[in-house]
Design a protein around this ligand. Structure first.
Ligand code: MLT
Length: 385
């Protein structure tokens, strides 16, 4: 018996587990992990309750569900995409328990000897899941000079490319021309883009894309991952969706067929009750309610960005994203600043270096905290800086 020795290449614990351990049981202001604080929308609660009652009756009880997710939910997601001027078919949509699982699981489709291109800094799941599989990773520098929106380097031949826009952790968002450059690169290199769109609802600038399929050619090279976690407060309820276009094929395989084969083998779907709650998110009342919550998180983001501007601290993000990415004051490293804020002020953020080498010297604050805590944290910032 041999274990997967690639695990040796991982850090001892996942970034957010390390932070959770460090701060467990402490009475602190939590602006670290992007966990939502506002409750589920009323329309979602009504739908969940109704679905629970359906499970009580033989006539409406549900056992195993439809393999890709119930048609009622996939249709609602398809209609949501139509609003973005993206036309899909229901068999291109796969309901999941969230973007994180699918971003890791999708790797079952790809050979271990593919080269993976990952912008740095970035959501650590992309790196860790590929390290576990022993894949070669090439990093692409995100930095202040390129506004943390790196573009492809024609000298690098990559097979799998991760993009996250609006970006976690920097809050930066690719414009259409940036994404077009990536789509052209992927098509020229026969590569596949894994596009993490979990924060799309935070985009307010109408010129910015909220789906990679708003870019010509993307259906031939991209898989898109979305989640209701940040959009509709489902971090604890669990529901997301992944789009695998039928046009996407490589090496004689249609990736949509492979993903269906993978999912039907290893995944039994999201509970019916949760899918009914998710369906309610996409109704006109549901969308109104979740957008009201998003506006409250935007207010938090504004509280943070206004304070940082007043204090002359460099930052990016917060306008079209729920994360604010700032430069640690006084040349502190990311973890030094983390410890300083935690020990002196009882504020938890996320050290930038946890998102990659290029995150060293930076720090991420989340706008998902509650309003009072966010205001309190910024008052403390004003006192210390
Ligand atoms: C984050 O804080 O980066 C996210 O909450 C992590 C996640 O969505 O898994």
């Amino acid at each position: 018996m041999k274990i997967n020795e690639n695990f040796q290449n991982l850090k001892d614990s996942y970034l957010f587990s390390t932070i959770a351990k460090k701060t467990k049981g402490q009475d602190v202001i939590r602006l670290g992990i992007g966990d939502v604080t506002l409750p589920l929308a009323p329309s979602v609660i009504t739908a969940l309750n109704k679905a629970v009652l359906e499970m009580k009756d033989q006539a409406t009880f549900k056992g195993y569900g439809e393999e890709q997710g119930y048609l009622f939910l996939r249709q609602a997601i398809l209609d949501y995409y139509l609003e973005k001027e993206v036309t899909l078919t229901v068999d291109e949509i796969f309901v999941s328990d969230g973007a994180k699982s699918d971003l890791g699981n999708i790797l079952d489709l790809f050979s271990a000897d593919n080269t993976v291109l990952i912008p740095d800094p970035v959501y650590p799941v992309y790196v860790d899941t590929n390290l576990m599989a022993g894949r070669k990773i090439v990093y692409l520098d995100g930095n202040i000079d390129n506004n943390f929106l790196p573009l492809p380097d024609d000298g690098i031949k990559a097979d799998i490319i991760y993009l996250c826009s609006p970006n976690n952790p920097t809050g930066a968002v690719y414009d259409k021309s940036g994404l077009k450059t990536w789509v052209d690169y992927a098509l020229a290199n026969d590569a596949v883009i894994l596009f993490d769109s979990a924060y799309e609802i935070f985009v307010r600038d109408e010129e910015l894309p909220t789906s990679i399929y708003q870019i010509d050619g993307a259906k031939k090279c991209a898989i898109e991952f979305c989640s209701l976690s940040k959009t509709a407060g489902f971090t604890g309820t669990r529901c997301g969706y992944t789009v695998v276009p039928r046009e996407l094929n490589r090496g004689g395989f249609i990736l949509n067929d492979l993903w269906l084969r993978r999912q039907t083998t290893k995944f039994n779907g999201v509970p019916y009750i949760v899918q009914r709650g998710a369906e309610a998110v996409f109704t006109s009342d549901g969308l109104k309610e979740i957008k009201a919550n998003i506006n409250r998180y935007r207010d938090n983001a504004e509280t943070i960005t206004k304070t940082l501007s007043q204090l002359g601290i460099w930052y990016t993000g917060g306008t079209n994203a729920p994360y604010i990415w700032l430069k640690c004051p006084g040349q502190m490293t990311s973890w030094e600043f983390f410890d300083y804020l935690l020990e002196k002020e009882g504020i938890v953020g996320t050290p930038g270096s946890g998102f990659g080498a290029n995150g060293e010297g930076f720090f991420r604050l989340s706008a998902f905290g509650n309003k009072e805590d966010t205001i309190k944290a910024m008052e403390k910032f004003k006192k210390i800086f």
